[in-house]
Design a protein around this ligand. Structure first.
Ligand code: NAP
Length: 292
C-alpha cells in the first residue's frame, strides 16, 4: 500500500514514526516543513506540497488539528488530486464536519474513512491506539493492513460520523474526569488533608479512574510541559461534543462552565501544554497566571 501522511504534529508525527518502523513506505507533508525533518531521518519522503504527496500515494492519512484545516487541505490544496484516492481521516473533528468531508471527497472521486483514535503519542509509537472507524465496511477492510500497524483491534463502528461521535463521547469523559479530579484535589490540599490518605480512600472506591493517578504527579508539581495532548485540543473537543450533543437533542449545559474555564487557558498561556494544565485553571485565575 502506498501511503502519505499529512500533519506531523504530536499525534501525526508518532503515527508516521510507527508506520515507518513497521516497514511502511511513507510520504509526509506538514505545513511547517521543519517538523518533518526527524521523520526524514527515519526514511520518510517529504513532499513539497500536499498535492505532490497525494499524487505519490493511494492512501492519504490526515492528522491535522481540526475540521477547517483538514477541509482546506483536502478540498482546496489537494482537491482534484483526490480522484481514486482513499482518505483515512484521523484528526478529531465533528461528526457533521466528517460527513460533509466524506461527501465532498466522494464528489471528487475519492473514498473516505474516518478513523479517530483514543490514546496518545506513546500508544501511537507502540501501535496500541484504540482506533474507531466510520465509513463503508469495504473501505475499512481494505484499510486494515495499515490500521493494524496502529491498533491491535481496529473497530468498525458504522457509517461516517459514528466513530467521531464515539471519539467525542470519550473525550468529554477526559475533560470531565480531569476537571472533577482537579477540583477535588485542590480542595483536599487547601483543607490541609494528606493527599496520599485521600488517594487511598479514592483508590478503594468505585469513584476511582486510572486517569487520576496518571496525572497526579504532574498536577502536584504543576508540571504541564512535554504534552501528549494539548489543552487547546481538549477545549476544541469539548466544544465539538457540546455541538454534537445539542444536535442529538441532549442538554449539555452542565459543561458550559467547564468550556468557559478552558477558554481561560489561552490568556494564561496554557494552550500548548498538556491538558492536565486544567489543574492550573481550577486553582483560580491568579494561580493560573503564575504557571510556566
Ligand atoms: N495528541 C493526541 O494525543 C491526540 C489523540 C487523539 C486525537 N488527537 C487529534 O489529532 C489531531 C492532531 O493532534 P496533535 O496533538 O497532533 O496536534 P498538534 O501537535 O497541534 O499538530 C497539529 C497538526 O496540524 C497541522 N495544522 C494545523 N493547522 C493547520 C492548517 N491550517 N493547515 C495545515 N496544517 C495545519 C499542524 O501543522 P504545523 O506543524 O505547521 O503547525 C500539525 O501538523 C487533533 O484533531 C487532535 O484532537 C490528538
Amino acid at each position: 500500500m502506498t501511503a502519505a501522511l499529512f500533519g506531523t504534529g504530536l499525534l501525526g508525527g508518532a503515527i508516521a514514526q510507527r508506520l515507518l518502523s513497521c516497514g511502511q513506505a511513507l510520504w509526509i507533508w506538514n505545513r511547517s516543513p521543519d517538523r518533518g525533518l526527524p521523520l526524514r531521518t527515519l526514511g520518510a519522503q517529504q513532499a513539497a506540497t500536499p498535492l505532490e504527496a497525494a499524487e505519490r500515494a493511494q492512501w492519504l492519512i490526515t492528522v491535522l488539528s481540526d475540521g477547517p484545516s483538514t477541509r482546506e487541505l483536502l478540498l482546496e490544496q489537494i482537491n482534484d488530486g483526490l480522484l481514486g484516492r482513499n482518505v483515512i481521516q484521523m484528526g478529531t473533528i465533528g461528526p457533521d464536519e466528517s460527513r460533509d468531508l466524506a461527501e465532498a471527497v466522494t464528489r471528487r472521486g475519492g473514498h473516505y474513512l474516518e478513523a479517530p483514535v483514543l490514546g496518545s503519542k506513546p500508544e501511537a509509537l507502540a501501535g496500541t491506539l484504540q482506533l474507531m472507524a466510520g465509513g463503508s465496511p469495504e473501505l475499512f477492510e481494505q484499510a486494515l493492513p495499515l490500521l493494524r500497524h496502529l491498533s491491535a483491534a481496529p473497530l468498525h463502528l458504522g457509517e461516517v460520523g459514528s466513530a467521531m461521535a464515539a471519539k467525542l463521547a470519550l473525550n468529554q469523559l477526559i475533560a470531565s474526569l480531569t476537571h472533577a479530579f482537579s477540583l477535588s484535589l485542590h480542595l483536599v490540599q487547601r483543607s490541609g488533608v494528606d493527599v496520599q490518605a485521600f488517594m487511598d480512600v479514592l483508590r478503594g472506591s468505585a469513584l476511582y479512574a486510572p486517569t487520576f493517578d496518571k496525572k497526579l504527579e504532574r498536577e502536584l508539581k504543576g508540571d504541564y510541559g512535554n504534552p501528549n495532548f494539548p489543552t487547546a485540543h481538549l477545549r476544541k473537543d469539548l466544544a465539538l461534543f457540546q455541538a454534537a450533543a445539542r444536535a442529538a437533542d441532549l442538554d449539555p449545559q452542565g459543561l458550559d462552565g467547564l468550556l468557559a474555564l478552558l477558554q481561560n487557558a489561552t490568556p494564561a498561556g496554557l494552550d500548548p501544554l498538556d491538558y492536565c494544565a486544567l489543574h492550573a485553571l481550577t486553582a483560580g485565575h491568579r494561580a493560573a497566571a503564575e504557571q510556566p
